[in-house]
Design a protein around this ligand. Structure first.
Ligand code: ZN
Ligand code: ZN
Length: 357
């Protein structure tokens, strides 16, 4: 049995189920190795089954860990289960966050006389929060590809180019360097537009003496990166400079605080406290960070509601931001691995304010 299937199987007793039904495609990839879009796995000490349809027969043969019995269904994934599982009275756990109401109805019908279903929370997603060395390597490779892509993009300068043109070049630079996808559509937001944390790049020219927030990430081998830098296109006003210095300070304090055992909310507060004390608490409206892996936003949660402790092997972002409507926005985001000794940054770009003409 693979290490991951064993880890999941070991949670059955605690959840008081015989196995877990896994349907989310990121969970499936992590658990079985399958990268297709149509699959379902049952994983527990007494049953290890992977079902897909004929389109993925060969791919499943190549990718799915040998500890799973591979079933190719003829009609639907659920009917594959009906054909495969013997009658019995098993209890299967499922993740209510990823199984839709329709999927649940179909599963329930398919499992009649075989198993009952019980909502047990996001067991696989929680296991995924702790990365193994190969996963960390993949995320680090995605992060350094993204770093190089930004460096190449800003070589041609920012002033006079539209936000959209810069975003498009950044996208091309990532693809040219081998990114299989983007973690998300890049954000390039200048001047007052940067006050929107999730700003869409506009067909508007970037002007001199502005701050420009750029948030981007590449996907490589299934794993995402996520980084933000705020660049200046010349001398910016006193308030923008002060806000930049404050965000930089908060980001550095939070990175220093990263260590196994600290909770997401304590980490969030280490940066938020500083920003609140400076009178900008209301302007930092989002959480300090989030986990990153097969998904760009996953656990653990690094925010005011992050009650669980971070552990070695988590890969998280540290991204405080201050947004002043009508004036400017600043966010500085790094992707870090939680190690025994603290945060190891996967982003190598400078954090001090860089001036790009
Ligand atoms: Zn980001
Ligand atoms: Zn982020």
């Amino acid at each position: 049995m693979s290490v991951r299937a064993a880890q999941l199987g070991a949670l059955c007793e605690q959840a008081q189920v015989d196995a877990f039904v896994v349907t989310d495609r990121h969970d499936l990839r992590w658990l079985t190795g399958f990268t297709g879009s149509s699959g379902l796995a049952i994983c527990g000490p007494s049953v290890m089954t992977f079902v897909t349809d004929f389109r993925y027969a060969e791919q499943a043969e190549d990718q799915v860990d040998g500890c799973f019995d591979r079933v190719i269904c003829s009609l639907s994934l659920e009917d594959g289960l009906t054909e495969t599982l013997p009658e019995g009275d098993l209890l299967f756990g499922f993740d209510g966050r990823t199984v839709t109401v329709t999927a649940l109805e179909r599963l329930t019908a398919a499992l009649t006389d075989r198993a009952e279903l019980k909502e047990t929370g996001s067991q696989v997603a929680q296991l995924r929060e702790v990365k193994d060395p190969q996963e960390i390597e993949a995320i680090a490779a995605a992060a350094s590809l993204a770093d190089e892509a930004l460096t190449a993009t800003i070589e041609s300068g920012l002033i006079g180019r539209t936000e959209r043109a810069v975003a498009w070049q950044l996208e091309r630079e990532m693809r040219n360097r081998g990114a299989e996808a983007l973690s998300f559509e890049p954000i390039v937001a200048s001047g007052a537009h940067a006050a929107l944390p999730h700003a869409m790049p506009r067909d508007t020219e970037i002007l001199p003496n502005q701050l420009v927030v750029i948030d981007w990430g590449a996907q490589l081998d299934g794993y995402c990166s996520d980084c933000t830098r705020t660049l200046a296109t010349g001398d910016v006003d006193v308030e923008s400079t002060a806000v930049y210095e404050l965000v930089l300070k908060a980001q550095s304090v939070a990175r220093e605080k990263v260590k196994p055992g600290i909770t997401g909310s304590e980490l969030d507060q280490s940066a938020r406290g500083l920003i609140e004390d400076a009178g900008y608490g209301e302007r930092f409206g989002h959480g300090l960070g989030h986990g990153v892996g097969l998904e760009v936003h996953e656990g653990p949660r690094i925010s005011r509601t992050g009650s669980s402790s971070i552990v070695e092997g988590n890969v998280i972002t540290i991204e405080p931001g201050i947004y002043i409507p009508g004036r400017c926005g600043v966010r500085i985001e790094d992707l870090v691995v939680v190690t025994e000794d603290g945060a190891l940054s996967l982003t190598a770009l400078p954090r001090d304010m860089s001036i790009v003409g």
